[in-house]
Design a protein around this ligand. Structure first.
Ligand SMILES: Cc1cc2nc3c(=O)[nH]c(=O)nc-3n(C[C@H](O)[C@H](O)[C@H](O)COP(=O)(O)O)c2cc1C
Length: 174
């Protein structure tokens, strides 16, 4: 027998702490967005003598030719003022065993320059994939900015399971 259940609009039974269908509150949206499963990246910019970095799941591969990606960056995020058109930065796709780094770079006061390549684009050491990028465009996107970037260099790490994020928790593939 199929384990699929029909998708029904309506109010969840049992008084669960979820918003009724259609209610467009910030909490309801956060709940809805938490059901989007994603990989986990670190977006990092060199700002000598520091590396400024945040954990970001709002990453989208956009185009092969030209090679483009986008990341959505909160308007208050410390990296955003450094991501002006033409700026070089790095996006690192984390592996499952880099969960600690994801937590570290979600902290508003991150430390840990030693986790990045010593020179050039600040790619996370040991990441699944490193993308050296140049900012192409920055578009307004409500409380985030949509940063479209061109990939200038690709670093493939060792093959490993990816770090995932779903339901407000870090996960690994079953
Ligand atoms: C799992 C996870 C995913 C996140 N994804 C994003 C994201 O895609 N874009 C973003 O701007 N911030 C994202 N954040 C928040 C930033 O990592 C960071 O916490 C926030 O920018 C505040 O730190 P800051 O003051 O150093 O910028 C995410 C946080 C976590 C824990």
């Amino acid at each position: 027998m199929s384990s699929r259940r029909p998708i029904r609009a309506g109010i969840r039974a049992g008084g669960a702490p979820h918003a009724a269908s259609g209610e467009l509150t910030a909490d309801a949206l956060r709940d809805a967005f938490s059901r989007w499963a994603s990989g986990v990246t670190v977006v990092a910019v060199r700002d000598e003598p520091h590396v400024v970095a945040i954990t970001a799941t709002a990453f989208v591969p956009v185009s092969i030719e030209p090679p483009l990606v986008l990341v959505c960056i909160g308007t208050n995020a410390i990296v955003l003022p450094l991501l002006e058109p033409g700026a070089a930065f790095a996006i690192s796709i984390l592996s499952a065993d880099q969960r600690r780094l994801a937590s570290m770079f979600a902290d508003p006061a991150p430390l840990g320059r030693e986790h990045f390549a010593a020179e050039g684009e600040p790619l996370v050491r040991g990441a699944l994939v490193g993308l050296a990028c140049t900012v192409r465009d920055v578009h307004p996107g409500g409380d985030h900015a949509i940063v479209v970037a061109q990939i200038s260099r690709l670093v493939m790490g060792d093959e490993a399971p990816p770090l995932l994020y779903y339901g407000r928790e870090y996960r690994v593939l079953a």
